[in-house]
Design a protein around this ligand. Structure first.
Ligand SMILES: Nc1ncnc2c1ncn2[C@@H]1O[C@H](COP(=O)(O)OP(=O)(O)O)[C@@H](O)[C@H]1O
Ligand SMILES: [Mg+2]
Length: 312
């Protein structure tokens, strides 16, 4: 059962120009997407830069003006224009950003950064609050001293830990993680992903994990949404997407995952050439005359692909 649904969500940004600064066209940042989020699962939202991933995340959080469509939380439509600071939704759904340097207030100590969301929902004494923050720091592998430092005194990986501690402080149901490891070295990426997974097990959380890199989310996700130009080109379980990709764009993303060994390298190079050739011949199957991605069609209970004709 899904507790959060995104229904035909659209976010269009007007582009103004000319002498009278009129709206001359629109950026279709998000152009009709549907999502269903279940308890304890991880959803990958993957696509190249500019495809609209962050806009979806921000729209769900009520941080972006929605053109049409809606978000339903626990069976009720959210008023995205006015999600109050102290509502249950604010407690239950948290976000982590790629750039923790700019998203964590540099003038505040870690204690206050992590305690801030708790203060919206609970009236703890100073001692209780410290105890709670200490527990959270412990979960993400930081020591007590960290409480009294400022975010700029930490490394990138440590700052991401602080971001996670803050996000889980209210005991949320869902965390939207927008490229949480993209700015980190590969070795640190793996650490961060691992403890995010551990925390998920402990707390029964769901994640929407946003990434431009299909390789990063591969081991994390139960279900993936592949995004291109504001639309979903494919949606399916991890196996549907990795073992049986149907949309040409998904195939391209998979072929773009960096090669590990020399044998794979050669195979992937051939794959890539084949994909490009196939793409040139079959472009019309995937994009309509306006170069817009077709609507998703169901090809199995879990697998959806945006294609014009029945999938052969
Ligand atoms: N405030 C804005 N005004 C106009 N265009 C925007 C704005 N924010 C984002 N966009 C555009 O919307 C598209 C999607 O952006 P974004 O959601 O940030 O993509 P992603 O996170 O996948 O890189 C991009 O073309 C971007 O330039
Ligand atoms: Mg983004």
């Amino acid at each position: 059962m899904s507790f959060l649904k995104v229904k035909d969500l659209k976010v269009h940004y007007p582009i103004r120009g000319g002498f009278f600064n009129k709206v001359i066209s629109n950026v279709y940042a998000v152009d009709g997407v549907n999502m269903e989020i279940e308890v304890g699962k991880t959803y990958g939202l993957v696509g190249e830069s500019g495809s609209g991933k962050s806009t979806i995340g921000k729209a769900i959080m009520g941080l972006e003006k929605v053109t049409s469509g809606m978000v339903e939380y626990e069976g009720q439509e959210l008023n995205l224009k006015r999600v109050g600071r102290k509502t249950k939704f604010r407690k239950d759904v948290q976000m982590i950003f790629q750039d923790s340097m700019s998203s964590l207030n540099p003038k505040k100590r870690v204690l206050d950064i992590i305690a801030e969301p708790i203060r919206n929902f609970e009236n703890l004494t100073v001692t209780e609050e410290r105890k709670k923050v200490l527990e959270l720091l412990d979960i993400v592998g930081l020591d007590e001293e960290s409480m009294y430092k400022y975010s700029f005194q930490f490394s990138g990986g440590q700052r991401q830990r602080i971001g996670v501690a803050r996000a889980i402080a209210t005991n949320p149901k869902l965390i939207i993680a927008d490229e949480p490891v993209s700015a980190l070295d590969l070795s640190v990426q793996a650490q961060v992903l691992n403890y995010m997974k551990e925390i998920q097990k402990k707390m029964g959380l769901s994640y929407i994990f946003i990434s431009h890199d299909l390789g990063v989310v591969k081991h994390m996700c139960d279900h993936m949404y592949i995004m291109y130009k504001g639309r979903f080109v494919e949606s399916g379980t991890r196996e549907d997407i990795y073992d049986n990709p149907k949309h040409i764009y998904t195939k391209r993303l998979i072929a773009a995952i960096p090669d590990v060994n020399p044998k794979e390298k050669l195979k992937n190079k051939q794959n890539r050439l084949e994909i490009e050739k196939y793409y040139k011949e079959n472009e019309k199957t995937y994009y309509d005359e306006n170069n817009r991605v077709y609507d998703l069609r169901k090809i199995s209970d879990t697998h959806y692909v945006a294609m014009k004709d029945e999938v052969e």
